[in-house]
Design a protein around this ligand. Structure first.
Ligand code: DAH
Length: 331
């Protein structure tokens, strides 16, 4: 029976070799099947016991069963070793470097008109102005009459203004100046406000949109003079376009101011008009119940798109509403 002894010995060596080399639970399972499965090597040895001489059977039966027990114990030992290895391997694979940048979403930015509007607001806020607002659907009274704008004025024509109801005198405001009226009706002087917002006119070409943005300004106090107006708007122009700029006040006409000016800013060799302004007309004060003998003031109004076009060299106002991202992203 030397050969069977050798075979058992060989199998024992072979098993411990294989177990040492096993690298995964799957390999361990394969080893179990190879030796202990239905057709496994140890199982076969046990089956063949019946061919041995009777006196050898218990001897080898014991030896083979010892080998089997040993293998089962060894498998359990290696199982915990391999479970640990596999756990580590899995953790390694699932490792996330939380210090890496994530996938970034492009979030865009505000439209140039909004940015310029805010820039204008910031300049006047730095001078102590407050922001005032009014509705885009206005009364004909606030938009025109209270602003000393007579019935015959061309702006009141149906071809120039969008009327919601001519009968009820409701329209889309054609400028932000009616916010002057609303503000003066709701509080008493001194007043220092700017009113940014949308305005509407029946216009559409390279320099006019049917909907655009304005910022209105109003200051009311005692003994306000043109000098205050000039200093304020000169300060604004230098902040907006650069400290080297000069301003020029050219006489003009607006129904709600007297005297009225068009204000120009120096651009290289020339001058460009940036806004309208003037001293509040006494008739406007009368319309809101202020005593024009006591109160004085100045007002101004500017187009936001126009300011943006001058500052950034844009030659067609329709670019603002074309939704061309190549344009929008430049600013
Ligand atoms: N409301 C005028 C317009 O839309 C702009 C303007 C001019 C406003 C002179 C003013 C002003 O307050 O004093 O063209």
């Amino acid at each position: 029976m030397i050969r069977l002894d050798e075979e058992i010995k060989k199998m024992e060596d072979e098993i411990s070799q294989k177990l040492e080399n096993a690298n995964s639970l799957k390999e361990l399972q394969d080893i179990r099947v190879e030796y202990l499965g239905k057709k496994g090597k140890i199982t076969t040895l046990l089956k063949n016991l019946k061919n041995l001489p009777r006196d050898q059977k218990p001897i080898y039966g014991k030896k083979i069963n010892e080998l089997k027990d040993k293998l089962e114990k060894e498998i359990e030992k290696h199982r915990s070793r391999l479970e640990e290895i596999e756990e580590n391997r899995r953790l390694e694979q699932e490792r996330v470097d939380i210090t890496l940048f994530g996938a970034r979403r492009s979030i865009g930015h505000r439209h140039l008109v909004s940015m310029v509007m805010e820039e204008i607001e910031d300049i006047f806020i730095s001078l102590g102005y407050e922001i005032a607002e009014g509705p885009e659907a206005e009364t004909e009274h606030n938009n025109f009459d209270a602003l000393n704008t007579p019935e015959w004025h061309p702006a009141r024509d149906e071809h120039d203004t969008f009327y919601i109801s001519r009968k009820d005198g409701i329209l889309l405001r054609s400028h932000t100046s009616p916010v002057q009226i609303r503000t003066m009706l709701s509080k008493s002087p001194p007043i220092k406000i700017i009113a940014p917002g949308k305005v509407y006119r029946r216009d559409y070409d390279a320099t006019h949109l049917p909907m655009f943005h304005q910022v209105e300004g109003l200051l009311v106090d005692r003994k306000v003079s043109v000098a205050h107006l000039k200093a304020t708007l000169d300060f604004f122009a230098k902040k907006m376009f650069g400290p080297e700029r000069k301003t020029k006040f050219v006489p003009s006409f607006f129904p709600f101011t007297e005297p009225s000016f068009e204000v120009y800013v120096s651009f290289g060799d020339g001058w460009l008009e940036i806004l309208g302004a003037g001293m509040v007309d006494p008739n406007v004060f009368k319309a809101v119940g202020y005593d024009p003998e006591e109160w004085t003031g100045f007002a101004f109004g500017m187009g936001v798109e126009r300011i943006a076009m001058l500052k950034y060299g844009i030659d067609d106002i329709r670019m603002f509403v074309r939704n061309d991202l190549r344009f929008v992203r430049q600013f």
